[in-house]
Design a protein around this ligand. Structure first.
Ligand code: SAM
Length: 278
């Protein structure tokens, strides 16, 4: 049996997958792209040697990335998805009937093409008429926008290479400028087990810009450290509160999960004061 050894730049352990079949192996102008088949996880999308999604568990990540702030916002109409080339985040945003327009800003169009070919249930929404595709750097896209969007979602690769532009104070300032009042923002921020300092760093940088910043987590079997974090921010409203009826067709996200996903305040305080001893 062939094995795939993941090359996660920030992981202290290495994940190894049995490969039933290599379905695709190529190189875009931005990154190496590979799709493999595994007997437990189904098809797996790999970029630059790092697992991005598996058929088996992608819904945990996509639902939690999208639905928490989409349900905190009272009426999200104009939503930006930066990265997320596979289309999973767009699919989840489309479940919200309030949404009129999705600006899907993925730097690498080949990721979307591969996803359409191998992951049709993930990419199912990308050709929806509400979706406007921009193949460019998300930081460049957001730079020129003022008070246009209700929600901005970052679904990028790990904080390395061209994804780094999405974690700077300049980017967060531009996101803030681009939001309408009551606007909200969410981004992945790595694992609380393996990357505690990175989580704190993203939180601290966001706190320099946004008046309200919070943190929630979800278990993801295939991301290094598993206890995955999402850093979120808001211009005026508390993110822990749900303000609309929950969408029905989710497998993991629910009203209860929304409430339980946020870090308890005592733990959050310890994290930010750098008092967590692990
Ligand atoms: N859920 C995944 C994870 O955390 O492993 C991310 C999946 S999605 C495939 C990540 C996408 O972000 C990639 O297709 C990559 O091309 C895109 N991306 C990275 N940096 C970007 C940037 N600065 N602007 C736009 N897209 C970017």
């Amino acid at each position: 049996m062939i094995k795939f050894f993941e090359k996660d730049p920030y992981s202290p352990i290495q994940y190894v997958y049995d490969v039933e079949k290599v379905l695709y192996k190529g190189k875009s102008p931005f990154q190496d792209i590979m799709v493999i088949e595994n007997s437990y996880f189904g098809k797996i999308l790999i970029l630059d040697g790092v697992v991005q999604l598996t058929e088996k568990d992608e819904f945990f990540y996509h639902e939690m990335l999208v639905h928490v702030i989409m349900h905190s916002h009272p009426e999200p109409k104009r939503v930006v998805v930066i990265g997320g080339g596979d289309g999973g985040a767009v699919r989840e945003v489309l479940k919200h009937e309030t949404v009129e327009r999705i600006y899907f800003v993925e730097i690498d169009r080949e990721v979307t093409e591969i996803s359409k070919r191998f992951f049709p249930t993930v990419s199912s929404g990308v050709d929806d008429p509400k979706v406007e595709i921009h193949n460019m750097d998300g930081a460049e896209f957001i730079k020129s926008r003022t008070e246009e969007f209700d929600v901005v979602i970052v679904d990028s690769t790990d904080i390395i290479g061209f994804a780094k532009s999405l974690f700077t104070v300049e980017f967060f300032k531009a996101v803030k400028e681009s939001l309408r009042d009551r606007g909200m923002f969410v981004t992945l921020s790595e694992s609380l087990h393996f990357h505690k300092d990175m989580v704190v760093n993203v939180q601290e940088t966001m706190r320099l810009v946004f008046p309200i910043v919070d943190l929630y987590t979800t278990p993801i079997a295939t991301y290094a450290g598993n206890w995955w974090t999402f850093s979120c921010a808001s211009l005026s409203l508390d993110l822990r509160q749900i303000r609309r009826e929950c969408v029905k067709d989710t497998r993991y996200y629910s009203e209860e999960i929304h409430q339980q996903a946020f870090l308890p305040l005592s733990l959050y305080k310890k994290l930010m004061n750098k008092e967590l001893e692990w």
